[in-house]
Design a protein around this ligand. Structure first.
Ligand code: NAD
Ligand code: ZN
Length: 252
């Protein structure tokens, strides 16, 4: 494992365009459960009943009560972990260009990452179903469910529900990053949700080294990933950071 950490640190230090792709696993150590896998929300709920845009339009109050309200509470209580902080530090040192995240929790920005592409949107904002007005969640009256815009329309989190498309400008920017990247760090994603799951394949086609950090193997492991760093995001990022810091210290 130590050899892989060192290879990863070296790849990052030598990279010209390193990018990270993160998923729900990156925020598990911040206390935010994933949707899939053991303990995930989809063990208890059918995503088509609570996370599809048609379900929301059919019965917004039900979706707010079953899914959004609880998630909002968990996200409000969460703070960044060592994995988020490590990625922010790599960006600050100039070794990481951007983070593409599937998460809606804002924790990369809270950790200090500046270039964050929120592929699936964000829970930090609400959008009115009727007039399309956006409003920061902390300014919305959440004592009334579903919360309403001043026009009377219902608010929804400004994230991507099942059945909705990724905004084209985000997709385009992500494709551009993949077309230029030479190292892709894939952190805490099961790589099963499209189109985000395609990003490692695009990076691989570009010739990038794909480095995966996850406690469990994924469909990428051993096929697309060049290195598989098995472990939690926080501990593995701490090791990578220590190794990068040692390389920096030895070159000054
Ligand atoms: P996922 O739920 O499909 O997979 C989570 C992955 O994290 C798994 O591969 C698991 O092995 C791994 N993991 C578990 N513990 C980990 C740890 N300590 N460190 C690193 N990895 C760990 O997640 P997904 O592929 O991101 O897809 C779920 C979708 O649901 C996402 O697209 C996202 O939009 C949404 N979601 C977001 C949040 C959030 O914002 N924090 C939380 C849940 C779901
Ligand atoms: Zn409105």
């Amino acid at each position: 494992m130590q050899a892989l950490i060192q290879k990863t640190a070296k790849a990052l230090v030598q990279a010209r365009n390193a990018v990270a792709l993160t998923g729900a696993g990156a925020s598990i150590e911040s206390g935010i459960p994933p949707f899939r896998g053991p303990g995930g929300l989809w063990e208890r709920m059918d995503p088509m009943e609570v996370a599809h845009i048609d379900a929301f339009r059919r019965d917004p109050e039900k979706v707010w009560r079953l899914l959004i309200q609880g998630m909002q509470e968990v996200l409000t209580a969460a703070s960044p972990n060592a994995g988020h902080r490590g990625l922010a530090q790599l960006e600050q040192w100039g070794y990481l260009q951007a983070v593409i995240t599937q998460n809606v929790d804002g924790l990369h920005q809270a950790a200090g990452s500046r270039d964050v592409i929120e592929f699936h949107g964000s829970f930090a904002w609400q959008r009115c179903l009727d007039c399309d007005r956006r409003c920061e969640t902390h300014r919305v009256d959440l004592s009334r469910i579903p919360p309403r815009c001043s026009c009377g329309g219902i608010y929804r989190p400004d994230c991507i529900f099942f059945g909705e498309l990724i905004p084209p400008q985000l997709l385009e920017r992500s494709h551009q990053l993949m077309a230029r990247c030479d190292v892709l760090l894939v952190v805490g994603t099961s790589a099963t949700v499209q189109p985000a799951a395609m990003m490692p394949l695009l990076a691989k086609e570009t010739g990038a080294r794909v480095i995966e950090i996850n406690p469990e193997p994924t469909p990428l492991t051993g096929r697309i990933s060049d290195f598989f760093l098995q472990g939690g995001a926080g501990a593995v990022m701490d090791d990578i950071l220590a190794s990068v810091a040692a390389m920096r210290a030895s070159t000054v």
